[in-house]
Design a binder for this molecule. Structure first.
Ligand SMILES: Nc1nc2c(c(=O)[nH]1)N[C@H]1C(S)=C(S)[C@@H](COP(=O)(O)OP(=O)(O)OC[C@H]3O[C@@H](n4cnc5c(=O)[nH]c(N)nc54)[C@H](O)[C@@H]3O)O[C@H]1N2
Ligand SMILES: Nc1nc2c(c(=O)[nH]1)N[C@H]1C(S)=C(S)[C@@H](COP(=O)(O)OP(=O)(O)OC[C@H]3O[C@@H](n4cnc5c(=O)[nH]c(N)nc54)[C@H](O)[C@@H]3O)O[C@H]1N2
Ligand SMILES: [Mo]
Length: 809
């Protein structure tokens, strides 16, 4: 979230699109209720289904799955054509005036630089013109036909209300009503917040959907203000912490990135990431990358990371490609993986295309499951009748189950969607032989190190030299780990402006990442967590909920990254003179000598407002970007592409261009090409989602949950039910090109057919929770049906839009 849960109550308008917060985030959803009750805020829900959030909305609008870019692109077009934008904000705090290179182009769905064989772009032309001074050229009058404002206007002029209706199936009048409601918040005194989750991310164009939403918010002047923002409702209770700590294959902690294979040179690796300002007097905070990176390497390799060995840069693996979930199962199915550790993860149930993944697991030599419970994955080798029809005798994979404790049986910190690191305490001891994940990981690590010590092996240095400074090596404590993430001074840290002034003495915990140094004199396991465990102790354990300004920021409750800031980009809540755009919702202000207020300023604290430094200090431009330059694989402006399984078979924006039916830059493994079904054989559009009563695949072990939602069902609209001759309670067979399942039909008014390009499109809803393990009625996995393609940038699987055929079983 750019903002945080409590801040939702400061909104005037709440757009829930691509999420179902009332169902999947029922506790956080209370802040929507607060906004409605106390601010007369209004709630819009845009969803293929009239879901539980829609049931309390002021306005519900249907949409076809996977078409949100068309809808939001239409909103952008509306705001620009009707001049409903926050002018001062857009002009000063975004890149609208930046001039784009001559050779940047967009033709019939394809941006300049496309290579159809590689399904990827050379992004060279996706950049600004540079002046003789090396800075990006700008035209503050916005008249230059190559400035971002003009290019964006042209790009989205095709997204007319009529086109939106044709692509999304959203009636034009309803779409326009949403536009009007959003447009009303383009004035400085009104705020819209956007709440989204998997309904946006689980698409082959998911990241670009989210960008389009952010562009709408920028036009409305809604980023960085109280009650505004782009608010990603995260999934598992600590999934925010997972990405913060770099548990994606391409990341290091704190959103640093691993080097690629070609990046063998340390200085070049740093230089590429330590971006220099693109305009005069901009902060470009990633300039400090070397300090973050070196401090991280010191935390992993201690004294063995020295200036002479480039702080152990050679110890880091260099990536040839991303090792995301789909990639890993692809490699596994090619027989290129020996072993796999599933820690708190049930991929047989969770990953798309089960009939590829089951046989892939069978090619492993060994599989380790670290989980408190039995899972479908831990029994992938066992025949469960039609639900997992395998020949056990032919499977040689050795499966080890290591029982772990569960979150309530340990203490430590969880990072919420609000970026708040909150310490929690152990509620009970784990049962039986269960050990904590920490203990198991430490035990594995010590044994691996022993094996390397004994047998050597290829390049053992990174393993043998890793620092392991815990009092009990086989069982590090959560406190030790938390302190390490924060970081400490390895030598006295002094003030660069006054070297006699010591900011942190050798051995002390650091107070913030401003104290990190690039010379090896500091360590920090995750620079954005620096400040969470200082000399003053564990900041995550703080429980003072006082709120002196009444805005809800409660700065003494736990601790938020970065530096306890609650609303990111909050400098943008003030005008060029440092006065809040909306004095009733003040976050910070310039008091003549410093920035201060209800939040930690997202700015240099003593930088005068009129110095020319802009609020988006992480960007080298200093401003927010409509034109994403080279950040995304598909192009600098989001464009609508159809889901890989499209009910149309063409892209209505580019009906004659076969290259751009679906995302032209999404990765498709050659062996998977034939797996996509067509609308001729699979006429119904399906989506999958959650229910409040279950948490994924493991609450079916709990009797009460199993009783209230006992078995797999499928939601179909009354119209479709009539078409296929099904009544509520009948068993239906749902097939895709990859398999089928049989489930109970729930016939509902909540899903209606949509008219897309004059054609009737039916939506089918599949809740995801059942499988063949646990106390609920055994069943198939929904991911028997889903396709193995992911978002072009994050590789999040396209489980929210695919084609099926529903018939009476
Ligand atoms: N009770 C409970 N809570 C949970 C979970 C759980 O299993 N159970 N899981 C947690 C996890 S890990 C996550 S990631 C979150 C997920 O949180 P959410 O994303 O909110 O949950 P979902 O139910 O997957 O999907 C949300 C909505 O997206 C809609 N949708 C589908 N396709 C589209 C589309 O193309 N466009 C639009 N606009 N909407 C679409 C669906 O109809 C559904 O209403 O929930 C978390 N909370
Ligand atoms: N079709 C379709 N597929 C989807 C989705 C969808 O919307 N549609 N959603 C996707 C999303 S967003 C997600 S997050 C995934 C969820 O997929 P998973 O994360 O695989 O699902 P969970 O059932 O939550 O599995 C978590 C496991 O962690 C175990 N566990 C709990 N606490 C601990 C602990 O402290 N330590 C350890 N080691 N284990 C623990 C639980 O017992 C459980 O087996 O599914 C994805 N798959
Ligand atoms: Mo999730």
């Amino acid at each position: 979230m750019t903002n945080h849960w409590v801040d939702i109550r400061n909104a005037d308008l709440i757009l829930v699109m691509g999420g179902n917060a009332a169902e999947a985030h029922p506790c956080g959803f209370k802040w929507v209720t607060e906004a409605k009750a106390h601010r007369k805020a209004r709630l819009i829900v845009v969803d293929p289904r009239f879901n539980r959030t829609a049931s309390v909305a002021d306005y519900y609008v249907p949409i076809r799955t996977g078409t949100d870019i068309a809808f939001l692109g239409g909103v952008i077009n509306y705001l620009l054509t009707n001049d409903k934008i926050q002018h001062e904000y857009v002009k000063n705090y975004t890149d609208v005036s930046f001039i784009v290179r001559e050779d940047f182009a967009f033709n019939d769905g394809i941006f300049s630089g496309y290579n159809a064989d590689k399904r990827s772009y050379d992004k060279t032309s996706w950049d600004y013109e540079r002046g003789d001074d090396g800075f990006a050229k700008v035209d503050p009058t916005l008249q230059d036909p190559r400035c971002v404002y003009q290019l964006m206007k042209k790009h989205y002029s095709r997204y007319t209300p009529e086109q939106v209706e044709k692509i999304c199936g959203t009636p034009k009048d309803k779409f326009l009503h949403v536009c009007e409601m959003l447009a009303a918040t383009s004035v400085p005194g009104r705020a819209t917040t956007i709440m989204y989750a998997l309904g946006w991310t689980q698409h082959s164009i998911g990241s670009q959907i989210i960008r389009t939403g952010a562009m709408v918010q920028l036009l409305l002047g809604n980023i960085g203000i109280a009650g505004g923002g782009m608010n990603a409702l995260r999934g598992h209770s600590n999934i925010q912490g997972l990405t913060d700590l770099g548990l994606m294959s391409n990341l290091l902690p704190g959103y640093m990135t691993l080097p690629m294979e070609a990046e063998q040179d340390f200085d070049a690796y740093i230089a590429k990431r330590a971006t220099q300002p693109l305009r005069p007097n901009q902060l470009s905070y990633w300039r400090n990358y070397r300090a973050f990176h070196v401090s991280f390497m010191k935390s992993w390799w201690g004294d063995k990371a020295t200036a002479e060995n480039n702080f152990a840069f050679d110890y880091l693996p260099k990536l040839d490609k991303s090792y995301d979930l789909l990639q890993v199962f692809e490699l596994m199915s090619q027989g290129k993986m020996t072993g796999y550790i599933a820690q708190g993860f049930n991929p047989l149930a969770a990953a798309p295309y089960k009939s590829k993944n089951g046989p892939a697991l069978a090619k492993l030599k060994w599989l380790v499951i670290m989980d408190p419970l039995a899972t479908e994955t831990s029994e992938f080798w066992k025949n469960h009748g039609p639900f997992n029809d395998v020949d056990s005798a032919s499977i040689q994979t050795e499966v080890f189950r290591l029982p772990t404790t569960c979150f309530a049986e340990e203490r430590g910190s969880l990072v919420s969607s609000s970026r708040v690191l909150q310490w929690h305490w152990q509620g009970a001891d784990g049962p039986g032989e269960a050990k904590s994940d920490l203990e198991i990981m430490a035990g594995l690590w010590l044994r691996i190190r022993d094996a390397y010590r004994k047998d050597g092996g290829k390049y053992p240095d990174p393993i043998l030299n890793m620092s392991w400074p815990y009092a009990k090596p086989d069982s590090p404590t959560p406190e030790e780990i938390a302190k390490e993430f924060n970081g400490k001074a390895l030598a006295d840290v002094t003030d660069p402006k006054d070297p006699t002034k010591v900011l942190a003495k050798k051995g002390e915990q650091l107070a913030s990442f401003a104290q990190l140094r690039d010379d090896g004199s500091t360590s920090s396991g995750c620079w954005i967590f620096c400040g969470s465990w200082t000399q003053a102790g564990n900041q995550m354990g703080r429980r003072d909920n006082s709120d002196p300004t009444g805005i809800g920021n409660t700065l003494n409750w736990a601790w938020a990254w970065p530096v306890n800031r609650r609303v990111l980009y909050n400098r943008a809540s003030c005008d060029l003179n440092g006065k809040p755009f909306d004095p009733t919702r003040k976050l910070i202000a310039w008091n003549g000598s410093t920035w201060s207020g209800a939040d930690i300023p997202d700015f240099k604290v003593d930088e005068p407002p009129d110095s020319g430094m802009n609020p988006f200090i992480m960007n080298p431009e200093g401003v927010a970007r409509f034109f994403a330059r080279d950040a995304m694989v598909e192009g600098p402006f989001p464009e609508h592409y159809e889901p890989f399984e499209t009910p149309l078979g063409y892209n209505p924006l580019h009906p004659d261009n076969k290259l751009v039916v679906s995302n032209p830059a999404a990765r498709v493994f050659p062996g998977d090409k034939a797996t996509f079904g067509t609308h001729e054989n699979f006429p119904h559009t399906a989506t999958s989602y959650r229910l409040t009563e279950h948490f994924h695949y493991w609450t079916k072990h709990a009797k009460l949950n199993a009783i209230i939602q006992p078995e797999q069902f499928v939601e179909i609209g009354e119209d479709l039910a009539k078409e296929i001759g099904v009544v509520a309670g009948d068993r239906v067979k749902v097939s895709s090109n990859r398999g089928h399942l049989i489930a109970v039909a729930v016939v509902t008014k909540r899903i209606k057919p949509l008219t897309i390009e004059g054609k009737k499109v039916q939506t089918v809803g599949l809740p995801i929770h059942w499988g063949f393990i646990g106390l609920a009625r055994p069943g198939y996995l929904v991911n028997t049906l889903t396709p193995p393609v992911g978002d072009g940038n994050s590789q999040t699987p396209e489980t929210k839009s695919f084609l099926v055929k529903v018939e009476k079983a």
